[in-house]
Ligand binder design. Sequence first.
Ligand SMILES: C[S@@+](CC[C@H](N)C(=O)[O-])C[C@H]1O[C@@H](n2cnc3c(N)ncnc32)[C@H](O)[C@@H]1O
Ligand code: SF4
Length: 438
Amino acid sequence: MSAPAAVLGTTPYVAYAYSYPHKTSYQPLDPPRPLRDVWLHERQESLFLYLHVPFCEFRCGFCNLFTFANPAGDWTKRYVAQIRHEAEQVRQALPDASFTRLAIGGGTPTFLEVDELSKLLQVATEVMGAQPKQIPVSIEASPATATSEKLSLLREFGVDRLSLGVQTFDERDSRSIGRPQRTCDVEQTIAHVRAIGFPVLNLDLIYGGEGQTMQAWLDSVKAAIQYQPEELYLYPLYVRELTGLGSKPHSWPDQRLPMYREAREVLLSSGYEQVSLRMFRKPQMSNDEGPVYCCQSDGMIGLGPGARSYCSTLHYSTEYAVGKSGVAAILSDYLDRPVADFNSARHGFVLDDEERERRYLILSLLQVSGLDRSDYVTRFGRDVVEAFPHLRELISSGLVEEDRYLRLTTTGLELSDAIGPWLYSSRVQRLMESYTWH
Ligand SMILES: C[S@@+](CC[C@H](N)C(=O)[O-])C[C@H]1O[C@@H](n2cnc3c(N)ncnc32)[C@H](O)[C@@H]1O
Ligand code: SF4
């Protein structure tokens, strides 16, 4: 399909291409691949360590992440113990790995009790050898679970970026997206985060829910700006299968594009700069703080089910699910897994040279800073437009500008969630289409 038809034709909101390939394209690896072999010829001196916490205090109506609400009994304790076992196996397979980034995400990591959170942090240092005081460390939190005691523990450990899911400061809008949240909890948590002194506060907001007015949306954006967060993520709402919102009849006028445009204006005129369709930050925040890590090319070790790991030739994780029973089955399988099974990759996607180039293209082009063409030639030995001639269609339809860089235009940026999927390979598209949501 030509770019204007596929990208300009229907909706700008096809899929959020935050990584490539998507986990729904992963397949069973048969036979499983020992991690030692997977990583043997890979650079291991600049890796990203990611710890996943797939638990939350409730399941928000919009949320399609791999997470489980209100786990019963001893699941969180067993989870923290099991992630340590997994880490020990991974460390044995990659004894020389060193980490230049650490992130703890979810789900809601701050759902864990203080002692569980503390044990989880010890996995990163004692087992994996991460040095949180010397590298950027980020964590996700929800307002009601981020108590001052947990926040102090995190700051002392070396967390310098705290990302808080706010979604909205308006309780009517919060109800309509299925998030039981009190604005006073949000305000109190932000005050605690500021008092404890995390260098970077990020706030997540969502726009486009049923009945949300432009006024209410912009009021939430302005309420967020009042706290002068170093970063702000504005998420267009996606109503996905097997979520609370997706399982009910859902149809209302789509206001996402005008809402994005207005909020963008407010943020730019308040001194924020745009990094991508969703991300805005204060100008003094620079990408290259801390040791160098390049998300397009350096590897990641993810621990816990739902976490993806990747090196140049293989991306892998546990199976993926969104629905309650699918997530519960994967989690309970993880909790019962024999420790020795953690030393191999069982489910993933093998990247050939072309997929590696494509991944680099997608992750670079969807950033406002764009794709540096000479850098691309140095990495892959050919010009990016020569490698992917259909980029010409984006250029000729005014969605991408070319000089030394390929950069999305303002219209192109608005269409990021259509351009990303349009650049997926036919193999990835086929695999994603054949995935059965569960
Ligand atoms: C891991 S959560 C954030 C931390 C924490 N669990 C919380 O909700 O407060 C990641 C973010 O993804 C966004 N998100 C999740 N599902 C979404 C969807 N279907 N549409 C738009 N944004 C979504 C939300 O803004 C959410 O804050
Ligand atoms: S948005 Fe956050 S709190 Fe809500 S279900 Fe998703 S991960 Fe959990």
